[in-house]
Design a protein. Structure first.
Length: 507
């Protein structure tokens, strides 16, 4: 069972604002120093005093940083007159349309706290120039390499980012909406990649997108064509939750919105991969999550949705999650509504689907799982609870999935699963194949739910398991029902089968 820590990274902003004044944490230190939030404005004001005064010229300038041939006494306006250090680039006051470019093939030590925004038509851009590999930005302190605090209209492009004791990129909405921020073509790796004894460092991510839990919101943030690996945590979106924040009003007013992850290649992430908390109208697509959420003492998953509305995860491969508590590809966590997983190729995970409703108030409603292919998920000793609430024997009337649609999915070589915890739901046109030697069962509470809560199970094919109570229109199993290339589901061109009565992913 996951209960997400919702405290934002404000204390990290304080740390990063100090920049030179705060010494780096010793290598291997697991506990970042906490700062009082009341000191933030004071420290940010001090930081602002170190920044150059804005000049009267127009924006749209390009500045260059060359760690080998540059000189901080230069004007930075050409490759021949480039600056040398991140510290020099930091104190420039950037205007809409300005670009800051780091020389490819070089390593730059330091971190940047940006203090000005671009405009919709003239964003500020931080990127690369020259030939060779992407420039590497890194440091050893417990703070983000790049921090956008209360800013909008930014592009972060073509950088390699690593931070063994900190965070990769922090985008924080403070007191207002931060919008139109794009992170693209970046590689983030070896970011706080340490063995932890408890889930208390989930802010140490490759990418953190969050708000201040009050008036700040994120809108139109895009992470595109990025690779994340060898990190404790991948990318997390945080914000106001229905359950834990007194500032929650409605999803429309209180959730971050229009967040997009497209073409994300996340692999070898020790704990949680992608967490989508307090989001609406958010999309994850065309992405791979491989060997994320490994073995640890708390619940972790490769991709999970929590306190969110209208989230779609589609055309993704999710594989190799071995977390024994969760480790599933499909995860609607507490208070997830109107959300969808579709066209997912899930394989070799501890489970295919398990849904967390951890008290009588956190039912998940109106969600959909469709056109997914699960292969070799679960095992004979680790039950894969299909369509299951968090606790194996929770009453159907308390923790539940309400109005779930589970259709046109193919489940091959599954371990064991249970249909418990459904209310007012539909399970149709699916193929279920239990692994030889796997244990399958139907809980008592499923039977109660089927009788009294309108669970409609129809037109499915079952192999190696007991046919569920109340199932109708069952289709005899044959190998032809599971034939097809599951990788075709990852293609954005995949479309639902159109023939009436078709079952499974491939019609």
């Amino acid at each position: 069972m996951k209960k997400l820590r919702t405290i934002p990274c404000l204390f990290l902003v304080v740390i990063l604002a100090l920049r030179i004044a705060v010494p780096a944490l010793a290598s291997g230190e697991n506990t970042p120093e906490e700062f009082n939030i009341s000191k933030i404005e004071e420290i940010l004001e001090k930081t602002g005093n170190e920044t150059e005064e804005p000049d009267e010229t127009e924006g749209g300038k390009t500045f260059y940083v060359d760690g080998i041939n540059g000189d901080d006494s230069n004007d930075g306006l050409s490759p021949e007159s480039a600056w040398k250090t991140v510290a020099r680039a930091q104190i420039r006051y950037y205007k809409p349309g300005d670009k800051l470019l780091y020389h490819r093939g070089q390593v730059f030590n330091g971190y940047m706290v940006w203090s000005s925004s671009g405009t919709y038509n003239e964003p500020i851009t931080i990127s690369a120039y020259g030939e060779g590999n992407a420039p590497r930005l890194t440091h050893n302190e417990n703070m983000p390499v790049i921090s956008l605090y209360g800013l909008s209209n930014f592009i972060i492009d073509s950088l390699e980012i690593t931070a063994p004791n900190g965070i990769g990129i922090l985008v924080h909405a403070q007191e207002k909406t931060s919008s139109y921020i794009t992170i693209q073509n970046c590689v983030l790796h070896d970011i706080y990649n340490k063995e932890l004894s408890a889930n208390s460092h989930s802010s140490e991510c490759a990418i953190v997108l969050e708000n201040d839990l009050k008036d700040g919101l994120l809108k139109y943030v895009t992470v595109k064509n990025c690779e994340i690996y060898n990190c404790d945590f991948g990318a997390h979106v945080y914000g106001i939750s229905r359950e834990w924040s007194k500032n929650f009003e409605t999803p429309e007013k209180s959730y971050n919105s229009f967040i997009t992850f497209d073409g994300l290649n996340m692999h070898d992430v020790r704990y949680d991969g992608l967490v989508l908390q307090s989001c609406r109208k958010t999309t994850v697509k065309n992405s791979r999550f491989i060997n994320c959420a490994g073995r640890c003492s708390w619940a972790c998953a490769p991709v999970w949705i929590h306190h969110s509305d209208e989230v779609t995860v589609e055309h993704c491969e999710i594989a190799g999650s071995k977390n024994q508590t969760d480790g599933m590809a499909i995860d609607f966590d507490g208070r997830t509504t109107n959300s969808t997983y579709q066209y997912i190729y899930s394989h070799d995970n501890n489970r295919f689907i398990r849904n967390c409703c951890y008290d009588s108030l956190t039912s998940n409603r109106n969600n959909t799982v469709q056109y997914c292919y699960s292969e070799n998920d679960g095992g004979t000793s680790s039950l894969a609870y299909l369509l299951m609430n968090e606790a194996e024997f929770s009453p159907w009337f308390a923790n539940s999935m309400e109005n779930l649609t589970f259709k046109n999915n193919t489940i091959v070589n599954s371990g064991a699963f249970d249909f418990g915890g459904l209310r007012g739901s539909t399970v149709e046109n699916n193929v279920f194949v239990i692994k030889n030697g796997g244990a399958s069962f139907l809980s008592f509470f499923y039977a109660i739910g089927a009788l009294f809560s309108g669970v409609d199970i129809k037109n499915n094919s079952f192999s190696g398991m007991v046919t569920p109570v109340g199932a109708k229109g069952n289709v005899p199993y044959s190998d032809s029902l599971i034939e097809g290339d599951p990788y075709s589901l990852i293609s954005p061109q995949s479309q639902p089968a159109n023939s009436a009565g078709s079952i499974g992913c491939f019609g």
